[in-house]
Design a protein around this ligand. Structure first.
Ligand code: ZN
Length: 398
């Protein structure tokens, strides 16, 4: 059978996304490695593309007759995966992720869209009742009783580029740290790795609409689009005073939805924010089924640079990190699963899941899309990969 094959994806990652040297040297910190990190790291990435999220299942794959077809040279056990991932330098994988996204940009993967957004959001994963690690945050009920632990992190992702949501990096935050501090570290590092002209804006939910985060975005020279909620009561009240009872300034038809907007750029800044004034957009989105969604968003984009409809679209691009970041990552790619309960290993696995997502999406939506395979959905691709893995046909080099 011809068609998509794991080895084709490996070729694509190594040559089209320029990841060959990363897979050779993925930041292995072991002193006397018996199994090359190249085999272990590629096995984890390929395994997540094949939706095998546990080390035991990867061990099974490495001992199966299709090992060579997967591009893995040596057999290994789950203990080798645990030992290696706990000793890898996360910086090497982070730099590789950013470089792959840069290469995708050079390969014109984002050409159908003029503006690249970076969305940030925090979540928790890997609920466990085991002995806590340094990243373990206790899960408490209303009475303060502890029911196991969760591992929290902030994710940053490329959004707003025509349905291609590509994760960039994660920053964990354990007890004593905060989502808010982690998000600022993450944004600084991601922009440092991606370079100053890679993205055009940052988008985040209401918890990012506070002065220190907005100042961090300013430091890295990116305009922000952030949800306005009641954590800014004075601004929220000024917005109600100006917009309530007024007819919308414009009405757009956006797909099936009718969208009414109110847009004003001279609201007073609040005392800790160093912006001269604040622009706020209110939208009321009328869906076909009759539901109405209303929300307010703030920005430092001027009206001359960003019209109301584009402002609305950038605000909406935030949902991509929820749907194609966390939901896909957790439900399809094993982000909920802790392979080895050790902080560095947990972080490395998260980063390798991001890398698997980036490779899979670019291969499926930008590379296969050009051919006649007609494979567009992730589930179609993973089914094909399993079928072609057992077929022993020489992979088409593409
Ligand atoms: Zn833990």
């Amino acid at each position: 059978m011809r068609g998509p094959h794991v080895r084709q994806i490996q070729n694509y990652a190594c040559h089209c996304l320029n990841l060959k040297s990363y897979f050779r040297q993925p930041g292995d910190g072991r002193l006397h490695p018996r199994i090359p990190a190249r085999d272990l790291v590629w096995a984890i990435v390929a395994g997540h593309i094949l939706r095998l999220p546990s080390f035991l299942r990867l061990e099974w794959l490495a001992h199966s007759p299709v090992r060579a077809e997967l591009g893995i040279h040596n057999k290994f056990g789950d203990d080798a995966l645990a030992y290696c991932t706990a000793r890898m330098d996360p910086e090497t994988t982070r730099v590789a992720l950013a470089a792959a996204l840069h290469q995708a940009k050079r390969n014109k993967a984002f050409d159908n869209s003029r503006f690249i957004g970076l969305a940030l959001d925090g979540t928790g994963a890997g609920h466990t009742h085991r002995e806590p690690c340094s990243l373990c945050d206790p899960v408490k009920d209303a009475k303060g009783e502890v029911h196991g632990h969760l591992h929290h992190f902030v994710l940053i992702s490329v959004v707003g580029v025509g349905g291609l949501t590509l994760p960039v990096d994660v920053e964990p935050y354990g007890p004593g740290d905060s989502e808010y501090a982690a998000a600022q570290r993450l944004l600084r590092r991601a922009v440092h790795h991606l370079g100053p002209r890679f993205a055009d804006y940052v988008v985040g939910d209401g918890e990012y609409a506070t002065a220190p985060f907005l100042h961090t975005s300013g430091e890295v020279a990116l305009p922000v689009v952030a949800r306005l909620k009641e954590n800014l009561p004075l601004l929220a009240a000024a917005v109600r005073a100006r917009f309530d009872g007024q007819p919308p300034q414009a009405v757009f038809q956006e797909g099936d939805d009718r969208v009414e907007v109110w847009d004003y750029d001279h609201f007073d800044s609040w005392e800790t924010l160093n912006w001269p004034e604040v622009r706020v957009l209110r939208y009321r989105q009328h869906k076909r089924d009759g539901t109405v969604v209303q929300a307010e968003w703030l920005t430092d984009f001027s009206i001359a640079k960003l019209g109301s409809l584009s402002f609305y679209r950038r605000a909406k691009s935030r949902w991509e990190i929820e749907n194609r970041g966390f939901n896909d990552g957790k439900n399809r790619y094993g982000m909920e699963h802790i392979c080895h309960h050790e902080p560095t290993s947990i972080l490395i696995i998260w980063l390798l899941i991001l890398l698997a997502l980036v490779i899979e999406r670019l291969y499926r939506l930008r590379y296969l899309h050009r051919g006649e395979h007609g494979i567009r959905s992730a589930i179609d691709l993973v089914t094909y990969l399993w079928l072609t893995l057992g077929s022993r046909s020489p992979p088409d080099s593409g």
